[in-house]
Design a protein around this ligand. Structure first.
Ligand SMILES: Nc1ncnc2c1ncn2[C@@H]1O[C@H](COP(=O)(O)OP(=O)(O)OP(=O)(O)O)[C@@H](O)[C@H]1O
Ligand SMILES: [Mg+2]
Length: 225
């Protein structure tokens, strides 16, 4: 199996309000097509780790390689371009643009990528919303959607550019059983059929157990992986 992500001795310290080492010497690698769940108690550092892996946070010690390329130390411009093309990120708190409709929110990363024309992007965005069972809400402002609906729009947005790596922070945290199962099934298919790679944080034991691999964190360290 081809390695897609490797991290070596990641350390992260927050300095406010006082020095606090949140990640301690974390190393592991993930292969293309893996479906990985990061688990661990609230506050153990899961979101912090995911931000580092996604290149959104560049304040750390250690090395991150994606596709055998050292990402650590790249300029913010390079990282932004790389992220938009290769990483789909689902935030723990969604971060949709409130004054935009669900459809417009999903279209944004694709418009930025500029690979397809606007009509094609609209069609693709609509397809992604449909996959999430959100097609009837396409024209609704995202600020008028429920938490779970926003979460599903955020997942559609992360998938629009068909990124090699999908990182999702508690993607099913606000979803009912049926929608959780739908998201899980879609993730499974993206990894097994398309060869995309998923790294998800989840507190849902079934979700974690049924994914391909669990990386369990305790107090900023990897306990099992
Ligand atoms: N910007 C920050 N400044 C200072 N401390 C922070 C900051 N962000 C997070 N922390 C601290 O780092 C630790 C890990 O936070 P993190 O958000 O990674 O936890 P988590 O495992 O994702 O938890 P949860 O399951 O509740 O989402 C916590 O103790 C938190 O208080
Ligand atoms: Mg978190």
């Amino acid at each position: 199996m081809k390695e897609i992500l490797r991290i070596e001795k990641l350390n992260k310290i927050f300095h406010e309000p006082e020095d606090f080492q949140v990640l301690k010497d974390i190393s592991f690698s993930i292969n293309k097509g893996e479906f990985v769940t990061i688990t661990g108690k609230s506050g153990c550092g899961k979101s912090t780790l995911l931000y580092l892996l996604s290149t959104l946070d560049t304040e750390y010690d250690g090395k991150i390689f994606i596709n055998d390329t050292l990402i650590t130390g790249s300029s913010q411009n390079e990282l932004a371009r790389f992220r938009n093309k290769s990483i789909g990120f689902v935030f723990q708190f969604h971060f949709l643009l409130p004054e935009f409709t669900a459809l417009q929110n999903v279209m944004i990363p694709a418009l930025r990528l500029g690979k397809y024309n606007e009509k094609e992007i609209k069609d693709r965005a609509y397809e992604k919303l449909k996959q999430m069972g959100m097609e009837t809400f396409a024209e609704k402002l995202s600020s008028k959607l429920s938490g779970g609906q926003q979460q599903r729009v955020a997942i559609a947005r992360a998938l629009i550019n068909e990124p090699a790596l999908i990182m999702a922070d508690e993607p099913t945290g606000n979803l009912d059983t049926a929608n959780t199962q739908n998201v899980f099934d879609i993730f499974k298919e993206l990894t097994s059929v398309n060869g995309q790679t998923i790294i998800a944080v989840s507190h849902d034991e079934d979700f974690a157990r049924n994914s391909g691999r669990i990386i369990h964190m305790v107090d900023g360290q990897i306990e099992t992986n």
